[in-house]
Design a protein around this ligand. Structure first.
Ligand SMILES: *Cc1c(COP(=O)(O)O)cnc(C)c1O
Length: 473
């Protein structure tokens, strides 16, 4: 730059920099702003400092002689816009330290990095959602996951709807409207959120034919109930409770042997529907989707966002002719999945086929993470909190139990490590409240007079923010 320009720029730049308001002056200008009441003072001060630093950089970087600096009101306006933008959205991430891996109120399954990436990719671009590009003919949105589902479950056909409740409704309405559906009394479940088998049955226009008793149902109970009115035999996984003691239930295979010769389809609502056997990781036996399909059941339905670890969806797999009846039902149009679901589901299923499911799907990773690794994360969190803050909070690492959640494996308790907090001066309830008000909010679990932050569901990336939230308490 020629010397005389620099000479001109020098004093003007100095003047512009000198005209920058101070932090206190901007804070004073913000005093009357309603929008920022309730935002912690420190947060506001920090944002003002950052806005002033940005303005200073802008002045220094201006190629020509810089214009005058923004005044206090203008800087204040920018700070308000920024602080309220961060808090402007209702649906927002939080830190789940409850230890409940599939927490329906906290959004159930987290998507794998691949599923997130595929979802974003189709969100901002046109796609071949319903077009066969090679022939330019209309394609099916379900085709993008049909091959994966066929190979992973062994079933010949599939259909995906909005959630598993919708899948059950659609199947009943398509196959048993005006007919009887035989269900064991021990399986007339309510899974919360208004989903009760008898209610869904009524809505679908099917007639519930209950058989057996709460604790014991035998094959002869089904046999007695069979008749010309029978449209479907339904088996329902008792996802969120267990009947223990003097019990009896009829297996899927026996029901198939009963229905097949009479031409009556058998459907199983598996609820969670796991594709992999979790027994090697210390879980009790659960029927996997391929096992149920192999038993000969005509239709199997399960959720996309429970143990499968994908997006919210209801997946039905089974006999091609029955799936076709579900697909052709006009009700299916109302339960249709969108491209985001398909993108995320395809990526999730892809991981199962590639053998990377346990390593990359957060639900499976959290469920199978060894206690030692969770304990290391809990200790790492504790170490990030200064010693005086640790003392003030009564913080220490303890062993606890976490739950699977999502109405899956209700009797399973997983050994875990948690940060326990709470003292006479800082009671757990008050800490719980303060942490829920933090940004991002932190949800723990109150147990007796302690607040437990279960590190099974705390993501490694959450640790710095969680440590900051705890330190600022
Ligand atoms: C969870 C569950 C459902 C409902 O599934 P959503 O995907 O939440 O709609 C239906 N049946 C059983 C047995 C379940 O466990």
């Amino acid at each position: 730059m020629p010397r005389e320009d620099e000479g001109k720029r020098g004093p003007r730049l100095r003047d512009a920099l000198r005209s920058l308001p101070s932090v206190d002056v901007v804070l004073g200008a913000l005093e009357s702003e309603h929008a920022i009441r309730g935002i912690p003072r420190r947060r506001v001060t920090e944002a003002v400092r950052e806005a002033l630093a940005r303005e200073r950089r802008r002045l220094l970087g201006a190629g020509e002689a810089p214009a005058a600096a923004a005044d206090a009101l203008e800087i204040g306006r920018r700070v308000v816009a920024e602080l309220t933008r961060a808090g402007a959205f209702s649906l927002a991430p939080l830190i789940n330290a409850t230890g409940v891996v599939l927490h329906t109120n906290l959004g159930r399954a987290l998507l794998s990095p691949l599923a997130q990436e595929r979802l974003l990719r189709v969100a901002g671009a046109y796609s071949n959602l319903e077009m066969d590009i090679a022939t330019k003919e209309r394609g099916s949105r379900y085709a993008h996951v049909a091959g994966l589902l066929r190979r992973l479950t062994g079933a010949e056909a599939s259909l995906v709807v909005n959630n598993n409740a919708a899948a059950v409704l659609l199947a009943l309405e398509s196959l048993a409207r005006g007919k009887e559906v035989i269900v064991s009394r021990g399986e007339l479940i309510e899974i919360g959120g208004e989903f009760r088998i008898p209610d869904i049955m009524r809505r679908s226009g099917a007639v519930l034919r209950e058989v057996g008793t709460t604790n014991r149902t035998h094959l002869k109970d089904y046999v007695t109930a069979l008749g010309p009115e029978t449209g479907l035999i339904l088996k329902v996984h008792t996802s969120n409770y267990r009947v223990v003691g003097f019990t009896a239930a009829v297996s899927s295979r026996e029901l198939v042997e009963l229905g097949r010769p009479r031409g009556i389809p058998v459907m199983e609502d598996l609820g969670s529907g796991c594709l992999v056997d979790l027994r090697p990781h210390g879980f009790p036996w659960e029927p996997t989707v391929p096992e149920v399909v192999a038993s000969g059941v005509d239709l199997v339905s399960f959720s996309g966002d429970k143990l499968l670890g994908g997006p919210q969806a209801g997946i039905v797999v089974g006999r091609a002719d029955l799936i076709e009846r579900l697909a052709q039902n006009p009700v299916n149009r109302a339960l249709r999945i969108d491209k985001f679901t398909i993108a995320a589901l395809e990526a999730t299923l892809y991981a199962y086929e590639a053998g990377t499911a346990l390593a990359t799907i957060p639900t499976l990773r959290m469920l199978t993470e060894p206690l030692a690794a969770i304990r290391r994360r809990a200790r790492g969190l504790l170490r990030r909190i200064p010693a005086d803050a640790q003392r003030a909070l009564g913080a220490g690492v303890v062993e606890a139990r976490s739950q699977v959640g999502g109405g899956a494996l209700p009797t399973v308790e997983l050994p875990t490590a948690a940060l326990a907090l709470g003292t006479a001066a800082r009671p757990a309830r008050a800490l719980d409240e303060a942490l829920r008000a933090a940004r991002p909010p932190v949800l723990g679990r109150l147990l007796d007079d302690r607040l437990l932050l279960d590190c099974r569901t705390v993501l490694p990336g959450d640790i710095p923010a969680l440590a900051r939230a705890l330190t600022s308490l």
